[in-house]
Write a protein that binds this ligand. Structure first.
Ligand code: SF4
Ligand code: SF4
Ligand code: SF4
Length: 258
């Protein structure tokens, strides 16, 4: 991009963790502010405009009519839209509402103001508007966000990591947690986080969403060979990728294990 790009950061229904992940250390944020013109960023600016802009980062899942209106408006005012984080890319945690009884939700959360309850199905933003780039993760990996911004500034095409977390795990020369009969979702999860969890002895919970070539048949069979029940695996999957896994397993023999 020849001139300083105009950039905005926005959040719909999420936890603000993705936006926080963009605030790097002081030196880096100063460099970024020098390189781009930020028109909106809730944690940095008090006067946030809605563009027009070159690049629009959106955090969160579309769970309400208000969210839908916001993303449509931002789309109209942006040349490039980036889904920031797994809520924006796949629905993630807010989409757990898809598995909750609306009546119970009403009783727990909307007792005093039932008119505020919006029962539409939570959706990732690409199901509402066109999205040019996705930066998954809960929250996204800071180094990947930096690489993305640098690539855009250098007019280079950003490419997501396509391989599963296991590839980076093996490159880090880690032992495999599956050998200890732990449910690690590395084989079916998109890489790009440098396998940070297994590298520190923690199982991968799939926070970056499903890998493009996730092979569920092989994965479930492998875990079954280790005496791990598919229902147990689905419970772990439900943390970050319930909606995506549900769609993928519809009509397969694994659908019933939920
Ligand atoms: S992806 Fe994770 S960190 Fe980002 S808004 Fe959603 S829950 Fe928060
Ligand atoms: S520990 Fe997890 S991420 Fe690492 S190789 Fe084993 S299954 Fe894959
Ligand atoms: S290892 Fe798994 S849970 Fe951990 S950051 Fe990477 S994708 Fe997320």
């Amino acid at each position: 991009m020849a001139k300083k790009p105009i950039v905005g950061f926005y959040g719909i229904t999420g936890c603000a963790g993705c936006l926080l992940s963009v605030i790097f250390n002081e030196d880096e944020i100063v460099d970024i502010i020098k390189a781009v013109d930020i028109v909106a960023f809730p944690f940095i600016k008090s006067d946030n405009s809605k563009g027009p802009m070159d690049i629009c980062f959106i955090e969160g899942t579309v769970v309400s009519l208000d969210d839908e209106k916001i993303v449509k408006e931002l789309r109209e005012r942006s040349k490039v839209v980036v889904a920031l984080g797994t809520c924006a890319c796949e629905g993630n945690i807010p989409a757990i509402r898809n598995y909750t009884d609306d009546k119970k939700l009403s009783k727990w959360l909307y007792k005093k103001n039932p008119q505020n309850q919006d029962t539409r199905t939570p959706k990732p933003i690409h199901e509402i508007i066109q999205v040019e780039y996705r930066l998954p993760g809960c929250p996204p990996d800071r180094d990947e966000v930096k690489r993305f911004i640098k690539d855009l500034l250098l007019n280079k095409t950003f490419r997501n990591v396509r391989s599963a977390v296991c590839v980076e795990c093996k490159l880090n020369k880690n032992g495999c947690l599956l050998d200890n009969n732990l449910v690690c979702l590395g084989p079916i999860t998109s890489g790009g986080c440098n396998a940070i969890c297994p590298t520190h002895g923690l199982k991968c919970y799939g926070c970056r969403g499903l890998a493009d070539d996730a092979n569920f048949d092989e994965y479930f069979e492998l875990l079954k060979s280790k005496k791990i029940k598919p229902t147990e695996v689905r419970k772990v999957m439900d943390t970050f990728m319930a909606r995506a896994v549900d769609e993928k397993l519809k009509g397969t023999k694994w659908e019933k294990y939920h």
